[in-house]
Design a protein around this ligand. Structure first.
Ligand code: SAH
Ligand code: SF4
Ligand code: F3S
Length: 446
């Protein structure tokens, strides 16, 4: 092969982790498409095999390694295959990945994924491995739009990284310190997306409430950003995730009232209901402060859908601590909650400071199952409040299980299922809600 070897071929991407990773995969694939590759959805058809990884829990890392183990077999059959590991685990593990999986060609961290086209070309030209995990570089934010599966909904990253030090969390290590994109650049990108047919935009940030804090020549706020993006002509729905209870400003609730296209949905994880545990997690708020925010949100936006994340079995969590968490869920009345067992991670303050991961696995499991079971009742009760109402739904297409049904999203981001043989992808329609489960609303087209 020569230095000019092109990267043309077929690429497959397996994405693990959060919405930021979903977006990053899209941006990485777009850079490969810019180099002439096509994107395929079956590994057997691909000669560039990529995994975008997550390190937030041990299970997420195991998933990546077990997938890599399977890809090794494909590479044995076809040594020209290029295998790349991107994302948070790439950033955190670096060289270790080559040691554990010597058949990997590229390890590219969280600031390097858009250069994957160069890396694939270099590997093909030289046969040498590439490790790109330097932190000095800014993430290339220019968006190449070709790889998008659907143009109806889009993610837009507005800030990356996190300045908090929640003791359980590896994200500040994998994503680095907070950096925000200029407001004008974000608005411009949103205009382009809407011009191409996007009707719903979700703004992404690991800690989105502190958007704009270090921007020059002047600091910007999430509120300013929401008003500016909301103004993009033709944008029907705007959302943002994820909020931190210490940074969330109650003034933000005014935006929900003022901006008709800002959807009534707030994802602001509490993580625990126990003040002792919150302190050990270094979250910076108490049970009461969290409940004040819940009350303020519901007063300002009565139909708001609240979502949260919770970790059970964190270092030193007692039965009483856990009961406070159950109480917090009961009082908050989350529409949906993501509940996890604590998973100890390297490079986190908890591990570095020697906080013992001392809740036995069986006990963590009991607590997580109990809370998930109770949360089902509360999610069901929240969803049932919509029964009898007629709501506007944004269509996402035929249900995977039953093509005679269409799936879509309510303003609160609930899944809505209606009977219809017509493909309603990307359309707005009204549905009368006739029943609900803890996971979805069911209705009929009006
Ligand atoms: N930036 C977001 C999300 C961070 S990771 C935020 O601050 O809300 C997503 C979720 O994973 C967290 O909200 C937390 O509930 C969970 N999580 C993070 N670290 C974890 C760990 N070590 N073990 C189990 N769950 C964890
Ligand atoms: Fe992790 Fe806390 Fe930052 Fe969220 S706010 S990414 S949980 S350190
Ligand atoms: Fe995972 Fe990284 Fe997202 S650790 S949750 S993929 S920021």
């Amino acid at each position: 092969m020569t230095e000019q070897a092109t990267a043309a071929g077929k690429a497959f991407m397996y994405t693990i982790g959060c919405q930021m990773n979903v977006l990053d995969s899209e941006l990485a694939l777009a850079s490969l498409q810019g180099d002439g590759l096509s994107v395929v959805d079956n590994v057997k058809d691909a000669d560039v095999l990529l995994v975008n990884t997550c390190s937030v829990r041990e299970k997420a890392e195991e998933k990546a390694y077990s997938w890599l183990g399977r890809m090794k077999l494909l590479k044995r059959e076809n040594p020209d295959i290029v295998i790349g590991v991107l994302g948070c685990m790439a950033q955190k593990e670096g060289q270790l990945i080559f040691r554990r999986a010597p058949y990997v060609d590229i390890v590219a961290g969280t600031a390097h994924f858009t250069k994957i086209d160069d890396y694939v070309r270099q590997v093909r030209a030289t046969g040498k491995r590439i490790l790109a995990i330097g932190r000095d570089e800014e993430v290339e934010t220019e968006r190449r739009l070709k790889a998008r599966e659907t143009r109806h909904s889009a993610f837009v990253a507005v800030m990356r990284g996190c300045d908090h030090h929640c003791t359980y969390c590896v994200v500040p290590n994998t994503r680095g310190m907070e950096t925000s994109r200029p407001l004008e650049e974000i608005v411009e990108e949103c205009k382009i997306l809407v011009g191409e047919g996007t009707q719903e935009i979700t703004l992404l940030g690991q800690n989105i409430d502190s958007y704009g804090k270090r921007l020059q020549p002047r600091r910007r706020t999430l509120s300013e950003l929401l008003y500016a993006v909301s103004d993009v002509p033709g944008l029907k729905r705007l959302r943002f995730i994820t909020s931190h209870p210490s940074d969330l400003k109650p003034e933000l609730f005014a935006a929900f009232r003022d901006l008709p296209n800002l959807m009534p949905y707030l994802h602001f994880p509490a993580q625990s209901g126990s003040n002792d545990v919150l302190k050990r997690m270094r979250r910076g708020y108490t049970f009461d402060r969290y409940m004040e925010l819940v009350t303020a949100a519901r007063e300002a936006v009565p139909d708001i859908g609240l979502a949260g994340d919770t970790i059970v079995g964190f270092c030193g969590e007692t039965e009483e601590d856990f009961e406070r968490t159950v109480e917090l869920h009961e009082k908050t009345r989350y529409q949906n909650a993501y509940i996890f067992m604590y998973s100890e991670r390297d490079y986190t303050p908890a591990k570095d400071q020697g906080l013992a991961d001392d809740v036995p696995f069986e006990e963590k499991k009991r607590r997580v199952n109990y809370l998930i079971e109770r949360q089902r009742e509360w999610s069901l009760a929240e969803n049932q409040k919509h029964v009898g109402k007629t709501i506007e739904v944004f269509g996402e297409g035929p249900s995977k299980r039953d093509a005679a049904r269409q799936e879509g999203r309510s303003p609160q981001n609930q899944i809505v299922i209606v009977g219809s043989g017509r493909d309603l992808t990307g359309q707005f329609y009204r549905a009368e809600i006739t029943s609900a489960t803890e996971a979805a609303l069911y209705g009929r087209l009006c």
